[in-house]
Design a protein around this ligand. Structure first.
Ligand SMILES: Nc1ncnc2c1ncn2[C@@H]1O[C@H](COP(=O)(O)OP(=O)(O)OP(=O)(O)O)[C@@H](O)[C@H]1O
Ligand SMILES: [Mg+2]
Length: 377
């Protein structure tokens, strides 16, 4: 999807700010660049859509050398969110989103290009369309403007989204919400996302792959887990605070996949209640996950609900609870912890972007795993 071949950036013929980078980013990856200030992260990102040209080497996007593509066309077709979004002040939220789409080449007569689609984009970034669609930028908070900015970049309908410290100007709570939204959005859209951040927690929460930069070079390029477990040198070890905090950092890097029960006990909605109850007794569980044949999640069925239901000839679909909390693949185990121990979730099915069941987290599966990680058992 994105490839760097021996890419360097030199200013004033002598200041090397990016030094011979070779890199391949695959479709659908969520890559996070992290490193000290001035290490070249933003420059690398800016070379991906030719906001900046490399001094040496080539950048290839989807098999095409981008030095041969019209720069303006390229920028329009790749989403690029910066620290401070600048919206058109005289256009409403909806107007801004439409403008971004038009600039990227989407035509008004496109079937996609309708009111519903604008609403969908706003929902994706966690904004209620009915409240915000008609507002002007000066009627929004900084965090809301940033969300609209992200929606505008999503409107470009590109499969690549570049983000340079998109959340750094926001307060911690807004920041966390937006991080969750981006994570979910990545799960749903499968866009290739490249994000630059200073924030280690953010890198571990979001990235499938973390690239640590120092003085224009990539020092380590690994999964979050690998980065924590096998730092290549002292610099990385210090940067990720491996020393004393190893177990805790390791816990931070845990994703829901690592703490989930891989093959939860499931049941189809048309199974009779008597059989379902027997299955619970046999498998020694009090809750079954209700799924369709293709593993699409429907809800859960509990022993208590079966017992309460008067018609013993009923089926699981009569007592299934649909409106239950779920968690997406790739989310942090911390989010699962919060849902189970601080929220009111009893159990937490793990789903993919198509609502298919991928696992199940219970209080005990989570506690057991955290015990292992924190105390290294
Ligand atoms: N136009 C320019 N002329 C000269 N030097 C530049 C120019 N733009 C950037 N630099 C230098 O290039 C280096 C890398 O900058 P870059 O913005 O990529 O760093 P960064 O890793 O994103 O830092 P930060 O975390 O502070 O955003 C810095 O030392 C910076 O001073
Ligand atoms: Mg920067």
């Amino acid at each position: 999807m994105i490839e760097f071949r021996h890419v360097s950036k030199v200013y004033d013929k002598k200041t090397i700010v990016v030094d011979d980078i070779n890199l391949k980013i695959k479709k659908g990856e969520f890559v996070v660049f992290i490193g000290p200030s001035g290490s070249g992260k933003s420059t690398v990102l800016r070379m991906m859509d030719r906001t900046e040209r490399p001094s040496k080497g080539s950048v290839i996007i989807k098999g095409r050398d981008i030095s041969k593509i019209n720069g303006a066309e390229l920028k329009r077709s790749i989403g690029h969110v910066t620290q401070h979004t600048v919206l058109h002040p005289h256009l409403t939220v909806e107007g801004n989103i439409r403008k971004a789409a038009e600039l990227s080449g989407l035509k008004k007569q496109d079937r996609k290009y309708n009111n519903k689609w604008v609403k969908k984009l706003l929902k994706m970034v966690g904004m209620d369309p009915s409240r915000y669609m008609d507002r002007f930028p000066n009627q929004l908070s900084g965090g809301q403007q940033q969300r609209v900015g992200i929606a505008c970049e999503l409107a470009k309908d590109s499969d690549i989204l570049l983000m340079d410290e998109p959340f750094s100007a926001l307060d911690p709570a807004t920041r966390k919400n937006l991080q969750d939204d981006i994570k979910r959005l990545h799960d749903i859209t499968k866009k290739t996302i490249v994000l630059v951040t200073h924030d280690l927690n953010e890198a571990f929460r979001l990235g499938n792959r973390i690239i640590l930069m120092r003085q224009g070079r990539m020092v380590q390029d690994n999964s979050p887990d690998e980065l924590l477990k096998n730092p290549v040198n002292e610099f990385v070890r210090e940067f990720v605070g491996w020393g004393q905090n190893y177990p805790l950092n390791n816990a931070k890097a845990l994703t829901v996949e690592k703490v989930a029960i891989k093959a939860p006990i499931t049941v189809s909605p048309d199974m009779g209640l008597i059989r379902a109850r027997r299955k619970m007794q046999k498998m020694k569980v009090r809750t079954l996950v209700v799924v369709k044949e293709d593993e699409t999640l429907i809800g859960i069925a509990t022993a208590r609900d079966i017992k309460r239901y008067k018609d013993r000839l009923g089926t699981v679909s009569d007592i299934v609870q649909n409106n239950i909390p779920v968690i997406c693949e790739g989310s942090s185990a911390k989010a699962a912890f919060e849902a189970l121990f601080l929220g009111n979730a009893g159990i937490l099915p793990v789903i993919d972007g198509s609502n298919r069941l991928k696992g199940l987290i219970t209080k005990s599966s989570l506690a057991e795993k955290l015990h292992q990680v924190v105390w290294d058992c």
